[in-house]
Design a protein around this ligand. Sequence first.
Ligand code: HEC
Ligand code: HEC
Ligand code: HEC
Ligand code: HEC
Ligand code: HEC
Ligand code: HEC
Ligand code: HEC
Ligand code: HEC
Ligand code: HEC
Ligand code: HEC
Ligand code: HEC
Length: 304
Amino acid sequence: MKEHASTDYPLQGGHARLECMQCHIPKGKDTLYKVKFERCTDCHADRHANQFAAAPYFNACDQCHNLEGYKPSTFTLAKHKKTRFALTGGHIAVTCAECHKESAEFKPKPSVIYHWKTLDCTSCHNDPHKGQFNERMAQLRADKTPAGCEVCHSTKSWKELSAFDHSKTKFPLLGAHRATACIDCHKPPNLETKLINVDFKTAPMQCEDCHEDIHGKQFVTKGDATPCADCHNSAKWKPSLFDHEKRTTFPLRGAHQNVKCADCHKLNKTVADKTVLFYKPTPKDCAACHGANIPVAGSKKSGL
Ligand code: HEC
Ligand code: HEC
Ligand code: HEC
Ligand code: HEC
Ligand code: HEC
Ligand code: HEC
Ligand code: HEC
Ligand code: HEC
Ligand code: HEC
Ligand code: HEC
Ligand code: HEC
């Protein structure tokens, strides 16, 4: 063995543990001692079904293995960063073998897979959404490929959905709705509790479908419903967008301009055990509010 060190092929690592005849196949005096050794493949058959035959590897086993043994390979996470698929987020904690599984697609022998036809999430993950997002996933990225699951997901975690742009749905999230949890609007069906079970297309779109009418139906206009959007947007309920000038026959001008709503609107009624402020009827007649001493309209003080 020591003598072998003086040949051009010193026996190192695992090779030092071999029998002479594993390399010098015994054929009596025809035993070959000038064995080719430039490349590992001079003696080793490829074990990866030609997946590393092309550049940059050209089947050079020593790019990923040393003589100490095949496992572990010298292909580190740092090298993985330089592939087309850097391991990020939740993938960092995944073991090599969970992704690189043996596949029977390789003939004649099954082999561990290192290259996929596409690197889309669906190469490895099933769609748990029963196809409901197919249309949305067909949206193209800047590079003209379909965005797929990444319309919503990243590798961080399945619950992290910051990639999802709600403004591309029929219902952009504005005002207070931007801070509202998905599940508060997208309700799972009976007996289910998780967002994953939601049919996202069934979310109602009218304010009054989600928000209780606190006005005791005094503003009902269409059928049995009150269109909240006539007087509110999703920024905040108070103050309302109600325009006294346009929507009543009693414009608030001059001295009335700065009078508090509550100084004229005091009519409380009980509706379904709750106290509700009713805006009508409110008298329009000066005397109904001011009594006999009606302030003079047009006086300097009143400005009416
Ligand atoms: C891992 C494979 C391997 C093993 C194991 C191995 N050899 Fe070699 N051996 C080679 C190679 C490759 C050469 C060719 C070196 C060269 O061409 O200079 C060689 C060359 C030789 C030579 C010729 C040296 C010369 O200068 O012509 C002898 C003799 C030899 N080996 C004997 C042995 C003996 C004895 C053992 C067991 C103790 C052994 N080898 C184990 C690969 C091996
Ligand atoms: C001259 C022939 C020859 C060359 C060249 C050669 N090997 Fe080997 N090697 C063998 C033989 C024979 C075995 C034992 C049978 C087997 O495991 O395939 C072996 C075994 C191994 C083992 C397993 C050792 C163990 O402990 O089980 C590793 C790892 C290995 N070789 C790596 C390499 C790498 C990497 C290269 C290229 C840098 C290389 N070999 C080049 C002949 C060679
Ligand atoms: C681009 C990197 C790369 C190249 C090139 C490469 N391998 Fe591997 N090989 C790996 C990785 C990664 C493993 C898995 C190691 C592990 O499981 O720890 C592996 C595993 C192996 C195993 C063990 C398989 C098993 O199931 O026990 C053998 C044998 C092997 N390679 C041989 C080779 C041979 C021979 C070559 C050259 C023809 C080669 N490899 C080229 C990356 C590579
Ligand atoms: C989450 C899945 C995942 C995990 C975990 C993972 N890989 Fe990969 N790996 C991939 C994908 C996808 C590719 C394909 C990249 C490509 O096609 O360019 C790849 C490519 C490779 C390649 C081929 C590199 C090349 O340039 O052709 C090797 C070797 C490899 N991985 C080894 C490993 C090793 C070793 C580990 C564990 C330390 C590991 N991988 C963990 C998904 C994974
Ligand atoms: C090469 C196969 C492969 C590809 C491609 C792939 N993944 Fe994975 N991913 C896995 C494996 C294997 C796991 C670990 C097992 C599991 O959780 O399913 C995993 C785990 C995850 C996790 C962590 C799950 C958890 O519970 O922590 C997330 C998140 C994830 N993948 C998202 C993605 C996204 C998003 C894409 C597309 C950009 C993607 N993956 C592409 C194989 C892959
Ligand atoms: C339109 C957005 C959207 C798209 C596109 C989308 N998902 Fe999801 N995904 C979600 C939502 C929302 C959840 C629930 C998150 C939660 O529970 O907090 C989810 C959850 C998941 C989960 C976790 C499942 C569980 O049981 O908790 C997985 C796995 C997943 N998605 C995979 C995918 C895959 C694979 C694709 C591509 C085929 C995809 N998703 C496309 C929105 C999307
Ligand atoms: C304030 C209520 C509200 C909140 C909060 C909300 N959504 Fe929506 N979402 C809607 C409404 C309403 C629609 C329109 C439904 C339709 O298209 O018929 C919608 C549409 C969607 C759609 C599109 C369905 C489709 O295929 O066209 C997805 C996906 C979705 N929401 C996911 C989410 C996710 C994920 C979150 C949390 C990050 C979220 N939504 C937060 C109300 C909300
Ligand atoms: C799909 C259901 C849904 C629809 C449709 C919807 N909202 Fe909301 N909205 C919510 C949920 C859930 C919240 C958060 C919980 C809460 O405050 O009620 C919220 C919160 C709000 C808030 C903040 C409440 C606070 O106390 O900070 C306002 C204001 C609001 N919505 C107004 C509107 C208006 C106006 C419309 C119609 C343009 C509308 N919403 C349509 C579900 C909906
Ligand atoms: C005709 C106009 C009008 C319509 C329609 C209307 N509101 Fe209002 N709403 C008001 C006014 C006026 C106020 C009082 C605002 C203030 O005090 O600044 C108000 C106040 C509120 C408040 C705040 C109550 C408080 O005291 O904090 C809520 C909540 C509210 N509305 C919900 C709704 C909902 C839900 C709908 C639809 C079902 C709706 N509104 C429809 C005019 C309207
Ligand atoms: C100076 C007295 C006065 C003040 C101040 C006043 N209102 Fe009125 N408001 C009236 C009168 C009178 C009517 C009844 C008009 C009618 O019957 O056509 C009315 C009607 C209304 C209505 C009923 C509209 C409808 O179509 O049913 C609403 C809502 C209303 N006011 C909201 C407000 C709000 C909000 C404020 C404070 C920003 C306010 N008002 C301030 C006198 C006032
Ligand atoms: C629904 C009740 C209501 C009606 C109707 C009403 N007012 Fe007023 N008015 C008020 C209230 C409340 C104030 C503020 C408190 C105050 O100064 O008495 C006010 C203030 C005024 C002022 C300012 C007084 C001051 O001292 O600065 C004038 C002027 C005035 N009203 C004139 C009129 C005239 C003219 C009419 C009939 C066209 C009228 N108001 C109808 C409730 C009403």
